[in-house]
Design a protein around this ligand. Structure first.
Ligand code: GDP
Ligand code: MG
Length: 428
């Protein structure tokens, strides 16, 4: 599927819309909108303005109230804005009504994330997973939206061939579209099942090495750490979801080899459907022996990001795995001393890093480590810790080995490297 954000005419402009509720205070909403803006930038869109409204809850018909919508319409018309992006997933009904009123392209957090995924997908399996998630998002929203978007150049679904086909007797365009998309969804599911099986076989072929997976919120430094530990060269940049595909590398610390996987980052409000369609990517996490949960400690919302990652891990039944929390970016941590007359509650960023370290070490029973991947601070400490953990798992699994790692002779490595395209090169 083609993404529908970047047009031939250059960069599009957008406004962001979010709400402030009882559970989501103003500061939190601003933080969410910062993230939404970062997502928009990643998709090549320039954000011109933000609109927020205090509400008891989302308006079920128009997300924000009528008055706010009028305000947005005025701004959009005056500034010739092309897209309105909403911070929560919109229901089919909300999209329909908002679109009628605003007369521009409407995106929500989910469709924006899906678009970025579509741009980033490299391998056949990632592409199939994204396409499935896109159709699943689209199916219940297929009303006027479909035909509307389809008439636009580069509209969602253009290039899928989904609207090409013969209409059955007495069938409306909408029914036909729904039927074709449902069919496509089952086909994609079948394809994914096949891919899953192939991947499972590949993983089995990797032999008996202990498996470690880097997990964490998006943009925290997973790929940078991977490159450092595996001396590899994975695409890392200051964008969300720079890496969509799982990459596996063999890492050797002292004489101990193990497999390290770099995985797709998590983000808040990821719909369960999407998580599910990324099942085969997430199998890597599910089947690993140890998780390195990477955290960006320089981000003001890092504690919530930890919670989001833990919840997603729960969803894929991987919350109970042995985990080492790796607090990254300690070089960029900013400690803002509170003014003496500032009586607002102390937040994380008012705490000096030493105190923060102590607190987390106590809380996690020392299952954490503080590093900077970029400035290479504490990396040898991380390597030592990894060595100890992997060795522990290995010895537990093969208690009768006289030698520490007899199964990893040179032949084995060669075999693994040659046979398994998943190791030491990007999968396709
Ligand atoms: P991923 O999405 O978790 O894989 O994150 P990346 O490895 O792609 O890194 C995201 C951004 O954070 C990149 O711009 C990195 O250069 C930057 N980054 C990674 N580690 C550090 C660090 O220790 N300190 C600082 N200041 N930036 C870092
Ligand atoms: Mg990455």
């Amino acid at each position: 599927m083609k993404d529908f954000i970047i047009t031939d005419t250059g960069r599009e402009t957008a406004v962001l819309v979010g709400i402030i509720t009882f559970d989501q205070d103003e500061r939190t909403t601003e933080e969410y909108l910062d993230e939404l803006e970062f997502l928009a930038q990643t998709a090549g869109v320039v954000v011109k303005e933000r609109f927020t409204q205090k509400l008891d809850m989302q308006n079920p018909v128009t997300y924000v109230g009528r008055g706010k919508l009028d305000e947005i319409v005025d701004y959009i018309q005056e500034h010739k804005i092309g897209i309105a992006i909403f911070d929560d997933e919109l229901s089919p009904r909300q999209i329909r009504n908002i679109e009628k009123k605003l007369q521009v392209k409407i995106l929500d957090r989910t469709s924006l994330i899906l678009d970025i995924f579509a741009m980033r997908a490299q391998t056949a399996s990632a592409k199939t997973q994204v396409e499935l998630a896109q159709y699943q998002y689209m199916l219940p929203r297929l009303t006027r939206l479909w035909t509307h978007l389809d008439t636009q150049t580069g509209g969602a679904g253009s290039g899928t061939g989904a609207t090409v086909g013969l209409r059955g007797p007495g069938e409306t365009q909408l029914e036909m579209d729904k039927r074709i998309i449902s069919k496509r969804i089952s086909l994609l599911k079948e394809q994914l099942e096949k891919i899953d099986k192939q991947k499972a076989t590949q993983r089995k072929n990797r032999g008996a090495m202990v498996r470690v997976a880097l997990v964490g919120y998006t943009n925290v430094g997973k790929s940078t750490l991977m490159n450092l530990l595996a001396k590899s060269d994975i695409f890392a940049e200051n964008k969300l979801f720079a890496t969509l595909d799982t990459t596996v590398r063999k890492v050797v610390i002292k004489n101990l080899p193990f497999l390290l996987a770099d995985t797709v980052g998590f983000i808040r409000k990821l719909p369960t459907d999407l998580v599910e369609s990324f099942k085969s990517t997430l199998d890597e996490v599910r089947e690993s022996d140890l998780l390195l949960h990477v955290v960006d400690i320089s981000h003001p919302g890092f504690a919530e990001q930890i919670a989001v990652v833990n919840n997603t891990l729960k969803e894929i039944e991987s919350a109970d795995k042995p985990t080492l929390l790796v607090f990254n970016k300690i070089d960029a941590y900013k400690h803002i001393e509170k003014e003496e007359d500032d009586l607002s509650p102390r937040t994380d960023e008012n705490i000096p890093i030493e105190e923060l370290m102590q607190t987390w070490m106590a809380k996690l029973d020392e299952n954490c480590i503080f590093v900077s991947a970029k400035n290479q601070l504490n990396i040898s400490q991380l390597r030592n810790e990894l060595y100890d953990r992997v060795k522990e798992i290995h010895v537990e699994r093969y208690p009768y080995n006289d030698f520490l790692f007899p199964m990893y002779d040179a032949e084995d490595f060669k075999m693994n490297e040659e046979k398994d395209e998943n190791v030491n090169q990007k999968e396709e």
